[in-house]
Design a protein around this ligand. Structure first.
Ligand code: GTP
Ligand code: MG
Length: 862
């Protein structure tokens, strides 16, 4: 028996679910015809779907055709859920594209058509709703040929005419037609399989007309793709149902047995990410019901329980996977939770939703202390709101959507990343070239194996692929760039895995600094219907929004304008439209593509992003000389290596930092140990006032608030002292913190509860450059810390809080401060001390005293 997976795709409301229902009914899979309008469709099973009468989640049903077992996959048509539809494409052998006869090919139909092409899916077309007034079959077919593909052929014509029309679609068919005067079913099947021919059927899903023809066509003109002997599967999506995590996968080779061990082990998966897990139960779903299977064969789509680490698009066994995604949300929203919500918990539970829809891109935005999600539009917002309420009991709201920009390059550029702190080594050279629009990032190597071993090369390529690279204009995600590895070096003894990660990331950033960078913004493709008298106003508006449009057409008394416009200027246009057309205008927006930003200068200025201050994404390199590592600025890396690295249009700094010799040496040591430290930080004042009188945030403007007694009681070393004398423990902690703050160049505030001291007032001492606060009567340290965080966070400082108290952690996090558990902080302090001893020893062996250095640093800090 052949096993085939067929997907239903279309614009919203075209009738996919109704057609699926009719196919199930006509093939005998269901005995009663359900209806979406009555909320009893076999496939729209979810409560929200029944209420709204639209499909939101893709679902599958099983049906039998002569000689074939078919998995039918219904998808949502609303643009807000197009990423759910796109996920299904990965599993399809064939698609049925449904088109509503009266509406014809819509913008979203074109998007789907393009996706089907990208994923190489053969297509049958069903023109639906022919029971309503609509153009003739001939006119409809002509329109499909013009808008979709010349190879759309009416398959409801009698055989002779059908063959004559199909013959024009490929040379092979033409030859056969001339030789035999007809076309065999096998040849037609072959041409359809290779997307050289697209059969078109007509009918009414609701009235069950034309459905049998489509069903017979699917039975005759499809064939199961070849499957490998060896087991292979492709993950379609993840969903959670009654506490179970379900991995929906298509078996693309061999068989899957219940309780089989699965793994993601392959050449491209880094060692520490390899998993082995048991496929506990295999379920074959049809509608809302499933049957457990003991084994699933190639060509079937099943849900597997027991897997915790799979992701949509992943390939298992012999399947290489397909995680490319062409449809991306273009707006990012902040989620607003009710006062007092434990945001951390909320974020954690919401991660399950994000697993089901990775496109949600759920992130914890550290800087603003909020959860953000990427959403396609209002309907998705509403549905997400519902899901969050039903699953987790939170009432969330959404902040205004922010446009998601991207960055690319317009010129080729070379980059070097060298990472060589003491006893570490990695060197990477890359070339970045502009790639076609929409192609994303691609990586390849141009280095012979005798220059750099294949395993290192593979590691570099993995590091390139694992990171979401940031552009240097506003720090937006980088896209449409081809990255070629052009050189690299490892050290026999000193290279560790992590070193190449550092060198690789630095090389990308380094190249970007030399490239001509371009800011991209998303565009909508729009269709605007306005009363004829308003067309002038509409055209003026579109031009003002920097949009483009084709000549307007008149359809049923309304003027129709279609074209493209930046999301940033058109997203709120529906409101304006409703106002001046008194509700008679209609606007359909579909995210189309990214193009160079129309107001790049403005956006870049507003973002105020400084790529050199982005320490986690440094374009600089680290070299080693005379036993010490030091940073070489991005524009000096090549000359340091005695090479030239210049590309037209590149960014060069206006002034280079100057340093005194003594400072420079000190800097080198510190940078080797703690990463890059801005050269001026050693001497400049902590904050700088700009014209508005507001304090600007500086890279060194870091605050560390510490709940003193909490730390004392969670560090073993201090707790043992505290048992005998709490005062000695406090003194010991103060000493440690003075050292720590001096080395780390941060403002440290150590808070001790003094709330039991009757009549006590708040007392602040400055000792050795740190602040020590004793709280006032009846105020706990955490209350003080909360107050302080609130004050400091208003001024956009970089704040960390050390504590282990659950309640405190939350309040603090909600305000945008980063929490450090006391235990983790202990480690951080210990490491700092170890490194400090290293430095001291080294300076001593070089015959220098460190005393004056310390004195200077402590003086600077206080
Ligand atoms: N007149 C007529 N109405 C139809 C036909 N097919 C579907 N409809 C109606 O069109 C509406 C949408 O049908 P659905 O089957 O939900 O469409 P869909 O493509 O699954 O919609 P989404 O899943 O939300 O994208 C319903 O009210 C159907 O009753 C048809 O052949 N003729
Ligand atoms: Mg539907």
């Amino acid at each position: 028996m052949e096993r085939i997976v067929i997907g239903m795709l279309a614009h919203v409301d075209a009738g996919k679910t109704t057609l699926s229902e009719a196919l199930l009914f006509r093939s005998g899979a269901v005995r009663r015809l359900g209806r979406v309008d009555h909320g009893d469709a076999y496939l729209d099973t979810h409560k929200i779907e029944k209420e709204r009468g639209i499909t939101i989640f893709s679902k599958q049903a099983q049906l039998e055709l002569p000689g074939k077992s078919v998995t039918l996959m219904d998808t949502p048509g609303h643009v807000d859920f197009s990423s759910e539809a796109e996920r299904v494409l990965r599993a399809l052998d064939y698609a049925v594209l449904v088109i509503s006869a009266a509406e014809g090919v819509q913008t979203h139909t074109l998007t789907l058509w393009q996706l089907l092409k990208t994923h190489h899916v053969p297509v049958f077309i069903f023109v639906n709703k022919t029971d309503l007034p609509c153009p003739s079959r001939k006119a409809l077919t002509e329109a499909l040929k013009a808008k979709l593909d010349g190879a759309c052929v009416d398959f409801t014509e009698e055989a002779a005419l059908r063959c004559e029309n199909a013959a024009a679609c490929s040379e092979r068919l033409m030859e056969e037609y001339f030789e035999t005067g007809g076309l065999s079913s096998a040849s037609l099947t072959e041409a359809i399989r290779h997307r050289q021919l697209f059969p078109v059927y007509f009918g009414s899903a609701l009235k069950v007309e034309g459905v049998d023809e489509l069903k017979d066509g699917l039975a005759e003109f499809t064939r199961m793709p070849e499957a490998t002997e060896e087991f292979g599967a492709r993950v379609i999506k993840i969903s959670h149902y009654e506490g179970q995590r379900l991995t929906f996968m298509k078996i693309t080779g061999g068989k899957l047995h219940a309780k089989q061990m699965l793994t993601n082990l392959s050449a491209t998966v880094p060692e520490d990410e390899v998993w082995h897990e048991k496929a506990d139960q295999i379920r074959l779903y049809s509608g809302a019901k499933f049957v457990p299977l003991s084994e699933a064969e190639a060509g079937s789509v099943v849900a597997v329980t027991g897997l915790t680490r799979t992701y949509a698009g992943e390939g298992l066994g012999s399947d290489t996977g397909d995680s490319v995604s062409a449809l991306c949300p273009v707006l990012s929203y902040s989620l607003i939770f009710p006062e007092g919500t434990n945001l951390f918990e909320a974020y954690r539970s919401m991660l399950t939703i994000s697993e089901e829809d990775p496109q949600l891109g759920l992130v914890w935005d550290e800087q603003h202390g909020e959860i953000r999600a990427q959403l396609m539009g209002e309907v998705q917002c509403e549905v997400l709101q519902r899901l969050i309420r039903e699953r987790f009991g939170y009432e969330v709201g959404f902040g205004p959507g922010a446009v998601m920009y991207r960055e690319t390059i317009a010129s080729e550029a070379e980059g070097i990343g060298h990472f060589e702190p003491l006893r570490h080594f990695a060197h990477v050279e890359l070339r970045l070239s502009p790639a076609p629009q929409g192609s994303g990032l691609s990586f390849e190597s141009d280095v012979p194996q005798n220059e750099l071993s294949r395993s290192w090369q593979r590691l570099i390529l993995t590091h390139l692929a694992e990171k979401r690279h940031k552009g240097v204009l506003i720090g937006a995600p980088l896209t449409d760039v081809k990255v070629t590895l052009t050189g690299g070096k490892a050290h026999l003894k000193h290279t560790e895995g992590g070193d190449f990660r550092q060198a690789t990331y630095r090389a990308v950033r380094n190249a970007l600094m030399f490239a001509e960078n371009v800011l991209l913004e998303p565009y909508y493709s729009f269709r605007l219907e306005v009363p004829e008298e308003s067309v002038g106003r509409a055209m003026t508006d579109i031009r003002r929004m920097e949009g483009e449009f084709e000549a307007p057409s008149i359809e049923g008394g309304a003027a129709v304008l279609s074209g493209t416009a930046p999301v940033s200027s058109m997203r709120d246009y529906a409101k304006t439209l409703a106002a001046y057309t008194r509700g008679r205008g209609r606007l359909t927006l579909t995210p189309a593509e990214y193009r160079p930003c129309h107001n790049a200068r403005e956006v870049i200025a507003e973002a105020g992003y400084d790529p050199e201050a982005d320490i986690r994404n440094s374009p600089d390199s680290v070299f080693c000389a005379a036993g010490a590592g030091f940073t070489v600025k991005w524009y000096e890396v090549a000359s340091y290596l005695k090479r030239t690295q210049s590309v037209p249009g590149g960014k060069m700094p206006t002034k280079k930092p100057v340093m005194k010799d003594e400072d420079a040496e000190l800097m080198a040591i510190f940078e080797r140990t703690y990463g890059k430290i801005g050269p001026t930080q050693l001497i400049r004042p902590k904050t700088q006032k700009d014209d508005s009188g507001e304090e600007k945030r500086e890279a060194g403007d870091e605050y560390l608030l510490i709940d003193g007694y909490n730390v004392i009681f969670s560090w073993d070393s201090l707790r043992s002292v505290a048992v005998d004398s709490i005062d000695s423990a406090r003194e010991a902690l103060i000493r440690m913190m003075i050292n720590f703050a001096a080395v780390r160049k941060l403002t440290l505030i150590l808070v001790f509860d003094a709330y039991k001291v009757s009549g006590g007032v708040e007392k602040v001492e400055n000792e050795g450059g740190i602040y020590i606060v004793y709280t006032r009567e009846s105020e706990l340290a955490d209350v003080f810390i909360e107050r302080a965080v609130q004050k400091l966070s208003d001024k956009k400082r970089n704040i960390r809080v050390v504590t282990s108290d659950g309640l405190e952690q939350l309040i603090v996090m909600g305000r945008g401060a980063l929490r450090v558990p006391s235990k983790a902080f202990e480690k951080e302090v210990r490491m700092t001390n170890d490194r400090l001893s290293d430095i001291m020893r080294r300076l001593e062996t070089e015959g220098k005293t460190v005393l004056h250095v310390w004195q200077k640093m402590i003086a600077d800090n206080s």
